[in-house]
Design a protein around this ligand. Structure first.
Ligand code: ADP
Ligand code: MG
Length: 476
């Protein structure tokens, strides 16, 4: 490929960006590479089959038109799949948190808030299959799409719309994000929509429900029936996979996963971390999970927060006609309550409760008072071992595979030790886990590296500064 071709490609990208807008462009085209180009044909590649089919079905003509305005002879676009895991979109997800957000007595429980339907035929049928309850408010209609969740949303919609006769495009679909960023909302939307289409059986289960179902089946000696019932499902959706515990349940989960995927059934998973960080699962399951489409949902941007708030207020108004939240109050909450969707929901519920109980209209002052404790300082970013390896490798001009290799030359030993030290100090990973992520090393090797660097930092100021710089890069 010539540098002229690259320049053309840059201009085509610029055109696409201008025509489609930044968000759409980033979601679908940021990972497209130009592979080559001749008189008639442009060859481009994407990292997943999903992106390929999406671009083909939604943007083929536009891409072709953009190329034709560069070079009129072009008549064909060829898209191929590069293989590998999809990288997450910026911005990154916030750190997961172990505790539930603070709630007051109003949260989610204000009488008649939002849309509470009685059991629908769909949810009744779903529960009779052993599924976890579906919340009638968590549907695609109420899910607000923004920069951080475009791809996850599109993938979930695609799964919900797939028919039995269609081939499965990506399996499993694995969505990860921090607490309150919409995983459950998205998965339940998928379950509602998939079941409403009536063609396929979609079963939504929390990991806890899966464990419970399996444990009960063992106790009642109906484990086989339980397995069969799961294997009769067309789409198995498992939420909060990080909570799956216990050797035998995990082995069972692994069998179920393999059996479903091999039978061409769809599996959808959500968790608070990427597959490779699910420490309690064994390697085979982890890599099977990482082998499908892995999508991260980032933190909610201010615009998205504002849209979510608006839709919450609209929902609340269906039951409380007099309830109104002035635009400046919405803007204030969207700006200050940054943490996650649960806090946004809590904020609207408090305004509603206050308004109902006192009869006072919602004002900025009232909002400031009511949501004060939902305004939290920015939490430090969730640092991933992968990122540490990438940043350290770049800093010392070695490759990431050098860091993971068994090479012992000085130019890789020191960077490797620094990276292990950072992994220990910036993440909650255990020494054995870190060892595993550094090419399967023993935990004593990691401990040695951590002590070594700790010792050096005290006396070697330039190393200390280097490490400070690396930490800063990783944390903001
Ligand atoms: P998670 O399962 O990731 O912890 P949830 O799906 O429970 O998060 O979302 C927390 C709250 O935020 C819910 O009330 C949910 O409806 C809301 N929420 C999160 N993301 C969105 C979104 N994109 N659109 C509308 N509501 C959202
Ligand atoms: Mg959830």
């Amino acid at each position: 490929m010539t540098s002229m071709d690259q320049e053309r490609w840059t201009r085509v990208k610029g055109r696409l960006r201008a025509e489609l807008g930044e968000d759409v462009y980033t979601s679908w085209f940021a990972r497209v590479d130009l592979e080559g180009l001749d008189e008639e044909t442009v060859r481009m590649s994407v990292p997943t089959r999903f992106l390929k089919s999406w671009i083909q079905s939604h943007y083929a003509e536009r891409v072709l038109a953009c190329w034709q305005s560069e070079q009129t002879t072009i008549g064909r676009i060829e898209l191929t799949v590069r293989s590998g895991i999809l990288r997450p979109l910026p911005p990154k997800a916030k750190p997961p948190e172990a505790h539930e957000p603070l709630r007051n007595g109003y949260d989610g429980k204000v009488d008649g808030f939002g849309l509470r339907f009685g059991a629908t035929p769909i949810s009744t049928a779903h529960e009779s299959l052993g599924g976890s309850p579906l919340d009638a408010r968590l549907t695609f209609e109420t899910f607000v799409v923004g920069r951080s969740n475009t791809l996850a949303h599109a993938a979930a919609k695609q799964v919900a719309a797939t028919r039995r006769t269609d081939s499965v495009m990506f399996n499993p679909l694995y969505i990860h994000a921090g607490v309150g960023l919409g995983k459950t909302h998205l998965l339940q939307s998928l379950a509602w929509a998939g079941n409403a289409a009536g063609e396929r059986k979609v079963l939504y289960l929390t990991a806890e429900k899966f464990m419970y179902g399996f444990a009960t089946a063992i106790k009642l000696q109906t484990a086989l029936a339980f397995k069969d019932s799961l294997r009769g499902i067309d789409v198995l959706v498992i939420d909060d996979l990080q909570f799956l515990q216990g050797k035998s349940t995990q082995a069972e989960f692994c069998h179920t996963l393999n059996a479903l995927i091999d039978a061409g059934r769809q599996v959808v998973i959500a968790a608070d971390r990427p597959p490779l960080d699910l420490e309690s699962l064994d390697d085979r399951v982890r890599s099977r999970l990482a082998g499908g489409l892995v999508v991260e949902m980032g933190s909610l941007g201010e615009e998205l927060r504002l849209e979510i708030l608006k839709s919450r207020v609209v929902a609340a108004r269906q039951h409380h006609a007099g309830f109104d939240v002035p635009a400046p109050v919405l803007a204030y909450i969207a700006k200050t309550v940054t943490h996650n969707g649960r806090d946004l929901e809590g904020a609207v519920n408090r305004l509603l409760a206050h308004n109902k109980l006192t009869g006072y209209p919602v004002t900025l002052e009232m909002a400031e008072r009511e949501v004060r404790d939902l305004i939290r300082p920015q939490e430090p970013k969730r640092v991933k071992i992968e990122d540490i390896q990438r940043v350290v490798a770049r800093q010392y001009s070695v490759s990431r595979s050098d860091l993971l290799s068994s090479r012992r030359t000085a130019n890789v030993v020191r960077p490797r030790q620094v990276a292990m030290y950072l992994a220990k100090t910036l993440t909650l990973r255990s020494l054995p886990e870190i060892g595993r992520r550094f090419g399967g090393r023993d935990h004593t090797t990691v401990l040695h590296a951590v002590r070594k660097i700790e010792g050096l930092v005290g006396s070697d100021t330039s190393l200390a500064q280097e490490i400070e710089g690396l930490k800063r890069q990783l944390q903001d």
